[in-house]
Design a protein. Structure first.
Length: 275
């Protein structure tokens, strides 16, 4: 890959993602005020002191936005990593094993996918204790069904190739075939799917927080900030639009990078082309 061949849209996406992660990592240093610090009047408009104004409790929206990036990105990234690991391991195992293993895994995956994701998450989160671990695991398990379907599809295409058959004839085990033969040759489409799953996790987490079953107050997250300030829209207050715009902008940035990765991939050979 040559840097001069990277399109401007991909650079914009990478810049947006880097900005969000910089805010998440250095939140205490970048935020002008504390995460829960009340600094002024309710829904005070933006001025020289408060760049985005104040929220429904008089907290600085810019500071809440920066701290919210830490919470939102951490939960979404953790859920995506777990869902991807679970989905890829199970799907590759099914593709290599075939037979009853493939049938059991695939039918169970179909059963999970038949349940509406949001309704299932709301029911489970309403019953279980509301904490970050439970939230991450619920999001990861639900999202792993989508990863499983893609992983099985790409693994089946590679599993019938000659170099995989040669590895089986050499007596290589399933773990070797999965991690040394199939995974390297499906890496680029899987990385693109990882980006899409990450963007979906951000949107899904924001939806859960908006409905009151995601990140719990007083911790800041972008979906919860929209919920807290939604009533201000009636009075012409834009406090809810700032975190909403941040969610949309980050999702767009992730998709710009994913689109570039997909265009670089003309086959399932890990994107080893010159592009």
């Amino acid at each position: 890959m040559r840097l001069r061949n990277v399109p401007i849209t991909a650079w914009i996406g990478m810049f947006g993602i880097a900005t969000a992660f910089t805010c998440a990592i250095f939140a205490p240093l970048l935020a002008p005020y504390g995460e829960t610090e009340v600094v002024g009047n309710v829904w005070q408009i933006a001025d020289g002191q408060y760049f985005f104004g104040l929220d429904n409790l008089g907290r600085d929206i810019l500071s809440r936005l920066i701290f919210g990036a830490r919470t939102t990105l951490f939960v979404a990234l953790a859920a995506t990593i777990i869902s991807f690991s679970l989905g890829i391991i199970l799907s590759f195992t099914a593709a290599v094993s075939r037979g009853w293993v493939d049938m059991v895994f695939s039918r169970f995956n179909d059963l999970m996918m038949s349940i509406p994701t949001l309704i299932f998450a709301l029911v489970v989160l309403a019953v279980l204790p509301q904490n970050l671990i439970v939230l991450i695991l619920v999001m990861a398990i639900l999202d792993s069904t989508r990863v499983y379907r893609l992983g099985r599809a790409v693994a089946l295409d590679v599993a019938v190739m000659e170099f995989v058959e040669a590895a089986k004839l050499r007596g290589e085990g399933k773990i070797w075939i999965i991690f040394r033969e199939i995974l390297p040759n499906t890496l680029t489409p899987l990385l693109a799917e990882f980006g899409l799953r990450f963007a979906f996790s951000i949107l899904f987490l924001s939806t859960l927080s908006f409905l009151g079953l995601g990140i719990q107050p007083p911790a800041a997250d972008w979906g919860g900030m929209v919920k807290d300030n939604k009533d201000g829209i009636i009075f012409g207050i834009s406090a809810a639009l700032v975190p909403g715009s941040a969610i949309a902008a980050l999702a767009v940035c992730v998709n710009l990078v994913v689109d570039w990765l997909l265009k670089r991939t003309s086959s399932l050979k890990g994107g080893r082309g010159d592009a």
